[in-house]
Ligand binder design. Sequence first.
Ligand code: PLP
Length: 390
Amino acid sequence: MRGFTTRALGGRREDLGDAAPVAPAIHPAATYAFEDPEVLADLIRRGKDVGYVYTRWHNPTRDLLERLMAELEGGERAVSFSSGMAAIVTTFAALAGSSDHVVASPSLYGGSFSTLSKLLPRWGVEVTFAESHRVDEMLAPVRPETKLVYTETIGNPTLQVPDLEALGSGCRERGVPLVVDNTFASPYLCRPLELGAAVVVHSTTKYLGGHSDLTGGIAVGDDELLHEVREMSVDLGGTANAWESWLTMRGIETLALRMDRHVENARALAGLLEGHPAVARVWYPGLPSHPDREVAERILRAPGGMISFELAGGLESGRRFQQSLEVALVGPSLGSTKTLVVHPPTVTHTQMTKEQREALGITDGFVRVSTGIEDAEDILEDFRQALEKA
Ligand code: PLP
């Protein structure tokens, strides 16, 4: 098989006779016209997953993105969405319904946690939370009504790395699909489908788009499950548009290059934070102090660009630290070319109570960093001077 970037760059040519454009076309058409009305009637008879009829069902630019992501994640098929949350909620709705049961890690993006803890129970789905990096504890609640087990490759924001191989084989033995949010790792660092997951979801807003200039999501997996996801996506309507599908493909071309740089900068920054007197604790899967280091080494190509740390001085110290940053930007989201610093207790994890947050280690002094691709020394110097003022 060819290397990751070669595959990320290839296979999206259109046939224009003698010439082939090196960038794909953007097809904005919302609907399609037919010379022969019988052809249209036949497509409608065959269902929403066949042919170009209406863009909420299928769109040529979006289809290219879906084929590319299926290839990069090692899945049979993909369905793309207008946001990561649309991908996640639609996947849940496709796989679980009234009287069903779901097991999920509590160490998740706040929006996913609130969907699982509030929305799914309203739909009649019972959800049991169990930490995915303790594989036995996560598999224990699985029962005949369990329709999916859900985790993130690198948990948000405490960066746990569950053993997806063990979890995947446990789920397979029990006949339950393992659904993995691979946003923090990207298919360059981890391919959960090869480790035993049945479906992978992403917020393409993050590393795949890569430049904080689009919002999107995608689900990838086997043909049968993704057919269900596609049908549900047509009804729920959160499908991706052509322009953002195109931008996502452009981002993916440089994913590996950016990711290598994110990792290089994150390793250097984690080294600076660990042992700094203003810092009480650092979470980075590449540090020997990380509890899941061994699993991270086994299932990830590299430990990623995300770092979390706790400031010894708590909330006030966190405020001073953020106000003192000059290069890094203070704001939510991640996977951008620019370093982004966020305070999860007041921004990304407000859906949890203080008790729920603290049970997961998200204390008042907790800070999450999405390391960008700036020159490493500038980021290190910025953090040094801001930590001094923290
Ligand atoms: N999954 C993870 C791990 C995230 O961090 C986020 C957003 O921050 C999402 C999903 C939701 O993605 P979106 O904002 O594109 O809806």
